[in-house]
Ligand binder design. Structure first.
Ligand SMILES: [Zn+2]
Length: 303
């Protein structure tokens, strides 16, 4: 064999070796099997999150154990669309597929700021969701709350007072914190207006051990299938704007700085093509609110 032939033979052996090594390498790459997806809910994005509690659902044993059964029932239903209940208990945003967003305002300690926010809604023909504390609902402000409803905005609840819902060891007191605002709201308005969505104080439903099971039980007992947190909370419009995406829920408070921020932000978001909807609508509860003449009364003996 000439040295040239030996050289080509060596080259051939070398290329065969590299090919098999490459194939082996590719097998190694594709070996990991995909992790099963728990729900059809869009997964959290890389956007910096304002609260650490957003990911807690996976750590809750009660929900984790019940989730597969719930999902298998849903899979038997012919319609492929996810139902509102086929979602995490803690919602931070709506569908990422539609340019709908929700603007929210918590606490409502400063009613002048609430009025200013309502004026912005009227000026730009948009709606938003207010989450007043129950202690901020008074009969003398009836007209303000009615104006908010008449403008197509939503009034949700931020609970009666500003403490973490699952931290109170007394179930009766915890339930009072969650449900009393509905009684007060009805008294203020003079008719039953359902507070359909709930924003927990501090965005938190954990107990002292950082477990959400008790909080979920308390809130579901009160009729809330979800609680609503947020995925945008910057009060500087330049920082907030790039973070807003389809389905975003924006958190603000009834303060002058926040009103200033949303007064800049709203026209820019409209310009970007976003539509403003109430949280109830964003999370699939619909825009229709059914009111009635039966005023709700909290009954502590039930708990
Ligand atoms: Zn608050």
């Amino acid at each position: 064999m000439t040295s040239l032939r030996r050289f080509f033979l060596l080259l051939l052996c070398l290329s065969l070796f590299l090919t098999s090594a490459g194939a082996a390498g590719s097998i190694t790459i594709i070996r990991p099997t995909p992790t099963p997806v728990r729900t059809q809910e869009p997964r959290p994005t890389a956007t910096p999150e304002p609260t650490p509690e957003a990911q807690v659902l996976a750590g809750d044993s009660d929900l984790s154990s019940s989730a597969p059964a719930v999902r298998s029932v849903i899979e038997l239903v012919p319609t492929p669309e996810p139902t509102p209940d086929d979602r995490p208990f803690i919602i931070r945003f709506g569908s990422r597929d539609e340019p709908k967003i929700s603007l929210t305002m918590d606490d409502c300690y400063n009613l002048d700021a609430v009025r200013d926010a309502l004026e912005l809604c009227k000026q730009y023909n948009i709606v938003m969701t207010f989450y007043p504390l129950g202690i901020m609902l008074h009969e003398e402000d009836r007209q303000l709350w009615q104006d908010i409803i008449d403008a197509g905005c939503e009034i949700g609840t931020h609970t009666m007072w500003h403490s973490r819902v699952a931290r109170n060891p007394e179930t009766r007191v915890a339930m009072q914190q969650i449900l009393k605002p509905q009684e007060v709201m009805d008294q203020v308005l003079g008719y039953h207006y359902p507070l359909r969505t709930l924003r927990p104080p501090y965005g938190s439903i954990e107990d002292a051990n950082d477990n959400i099971s008790r909080g979920v039980r308390l809130l579901m007992n009160a009729g809330y299938k979800h609680v609503v947190n947020w995925d945008v909370s910057q009060t500087n419009p330049q920082l907030a704007l790039p973070r807003v995406q389809n389905g975003s829920i924006l958190l603000y408070h009834a303060r002058e700085t926040d009103v200033k921020c949303i007064s800049v932000l709203i026209p820019q978001l409209i310009e970007k093509g976003f539509t403003f909807v109430t949280v109830a609508e964003l999370i699939g509860l619909g825009s229709e609110v059914t009111t009635s003449s039966d005023l709700y009364v909290f009954d502590p003996k039930k708990y």
